[in-house]
Design a binder for this molecule. Structure first.
Ligand SMILES: [Zn+2]
Length: 221
């Protein structure tokens, strides 16, 4: 049975977050994670960044700590695979995915299948290859290549969460400040666009892709 139950309950919602590089998870699902933390349901999060070297390693860890500060438990794994070369490191990455099978999350956030970055695609493919009975939501990463599409799942964000997401990204990754796309207006624009597409109450949303959804007709009461 696949479900995402956000009703206040004692047991944690278990979440697995998979991001190829430092800042991918924050950009792709950072607002949703902040919103989940604020939902009142305790969270048990496994957060895996597959490549973060040099200054990006510390940034990735500190940023994950900040985004997950109020999670009940958090397992933050920052790995050292070579940025841009994931397909040639596929065996080693696959082995690390096998080790993640000990986690059986309620929901998994991963890269989009049709992302044009080769590292992102490999993480997406291995996610589906590894987890067969789980709710998987694929997030989007804006980029020069221009691969944004039409998401089919939206998570509404409050204005304060949307703003906090973007502020934390800008503050958390100073090594990216010189990149032409790494800016508050770009991140806010994408949240606003997705908020418009789902008529979000407070105008902002993150968009995701789901390939499969299984609806349970069982009562939860
Ligand atoms: Zn990336």
């Amino acid at each position: 049975m696949l479900k995402l139950n956000l009703e206040p309950r004692a047991e944690p919602l278990t979440v697995l977050c998979l991001g190829a590089h430092a800042d991918d998870l924050e950009i792709g699902c950072g607002g949703t994670m902040l919103g989940l933390v604020e939902s009142g349901r305790p969270l048990a999060v496994t957060w895996v960044v597959w490549s973060a070297q040099g200054a990006r390693h510390r940034e990735a860890r500190d940023s994950a700590d900040a985004f997950l500060a109020r999670a009940k438990t958090r397992d933050i794994q920052i790995k050292l695979f070579r940025d841009g070369f994931f397909p040639s490191q596929g065996v080693e990455i696959k082995e690390e995915f096998e080790a993640l099978k000990r986690v059986s999350p309620d929901v998994i956030f991963t890269h989009h299948r049709h992302d044009l970055h080769q590292d992102h695609r490999l993480i997406s493919d291995l996610t589906w290859n590894t987890f067969r009975h789980h709710l998987i939501l694929e997030y989007e990463i804006p980029k020069y290549d221009g691969d944004l599409g039409s998401p089919n799942v939206f998570v509404e964000l409050s204005q304060s969460v949307a703003r906090r997401k973007v502020d934390q990204i800008i503050a958390g990754f100073p090594s990216q400040a010189e990149k032409h796309w790494f800016s508050t207006d770009l991140f806010m624009a994408l949240l606003r666009l997705r908020g418009m597409e789902c008529a979000a109450t407070e105008r902002y949303a993150e968009g995701f892709y789901t390939r499969k959804a299984v609806l349970s007709l069982e009562s939860t009461s």
